[in-house]
Design a protein around this ligand. Structure first.
Ligand SMILES: NC(=O)c1ccc[n+]([C@@H]2O[C@H](COP(=O)([O-])OP(=O)(O)OC[C@H]3O[C@@H](n4cnc5c(N)ncnc54)[C@H](O)[C@@H]3O)[C@@H](O)[C@H]2O)c1
Length: 277
């Protein structure tokens, strides 16, 4: 990465709306070939057509893709690779809220109802599929002669994956899961010269919440800070395994916790040495 002057192949899941849409516009404005993967066919086609007109320097395409389906994502990635010829940046961004009151809320029930886990399936399972496919295609790239990078993966987590988020514990678990995934994959991906990072946005106005009125009481982070964070991660291939909090006007990089003691660190190194757990 780093040398962003080359026309890059970019995939953005959930690119038809909200944060994903901002990502698509940013990469298109940089002259790259961007493909939106989204379940919203109508918005996806519309966004692709509008942005292609607005940013003729780039290319914007849409593919229907449900990230919770391995086959759907595998097909979409294969088609992008065949058409564009390379995949260089993957934004694993699609995600949903718990869509109303959490099914882990403590409401009285005669019999316990099975929790709804759709947020976990989309946000975590879908992202794991995206990351697996991203690695497969990024591995095919020749490392950039200047930076040594084959490309990068950026996963949209949330600050709800870092802080307690009592109203939506399943959502919080899915986002903590993404952070664990990113931090744990970094060391293996370093060998492949691929960077992986997570974004932990605060509150940005999008279509994610069922109640738009919620945003009126919130301190809103502008989409320009999201763009600043993405540019920082893409342009600096030395940063990997980090979580970038996107808050207010700021991008704050968080590395993992300090080890609690030397024994814990030593055991983690033993797992790594043996390559199994
Ligand atoms: N908006 C915020 O304040 C905020 C804060 C932190 C994290 N996030 C995260 O940002 C990401 C984007 O959310 P947003 O706020 O832009 O919401 P959004 O609803 O505006 O956009 C999400 C997009 O993802 C698509 N999508 C949903 N399920 C999908 C699936 N199974 N397969 C493919 N596409 C799917 C939707 O159609 C939509 O276009 C999510 O991961 C969300 O958790 C948002």
């Amino acid at each position: 990465m780093g040398s962003i002057s080359k026309k890059l192949g970019v995939v953005v899941t959930g690119g038809a709306s909200g944060l994903g849409l901002t990502m698509v516009e940013y990469f298109a404005s940089q002259g790259h070939a961007v493909t939106i993967f989204d379940v919203n066919t109508q918005a996806g086609h519309q966004v692709a057509a509008d942005l292609a007109k607005k940013h003729p320097e780039g290319k914007v395409d849409f593919k229907f893709c449900n990230i919770t389906s391995w086959d759907s994502q595998a097909t979409a990635f294969r088609e992008v690779y065949e058409k564009v010829g390379h995949v260089d940046i993957v934004m694993a961004n699609a995600g949903i809220s718990e869509q109303g009151v959490s099914s882990l809320s403590l409401a009285d029930e005669e019999e316990p109802s099975q929790p709804r886990l759709r947020a976990l399936e989309v946000n975590l399972t879908g992202t794991i599929y995206t990351v697996k496919l991203a690695i497969h295609y990024l591995k095919k790239n020749t490392p950039d002669p200047k930076t040594g990078s084959r490309g990068c993966i950026i996963c949209t987590a949330s600050n709800a994956g870092l802080y307690p988020f009592p109203v939506a514990p399943v959502y919080a678990a899915s986002k903590s899961g993404i952070i664990g995934l990113v931090r744990s994959l970094d060391r293996s991906l370093e060998k492949l010269q691929i960077q992986i990072n997570a974004l932990a946005p605060a509150v940005l106005e999008t279509s994610i919440t069922p109640s738009k009125a919620l945003f009126e009481e919130m301190i809103i982070t502008p989409h320009s800070t999201l763009v600043k964070g993405i540019a920082q991660l893409v342009e600096d291939p030395k940063v990997s395994g980090a979580v970038a909090e996107i808050h207010g006007e700021n991008v704050t990089l968080r590395t993992h916790h300090e080890y609690v003691d030397d024994d814990t660190k030593a055991n983690m190194e033993t797992f790594w040495k043996h390559g199994i757990a």
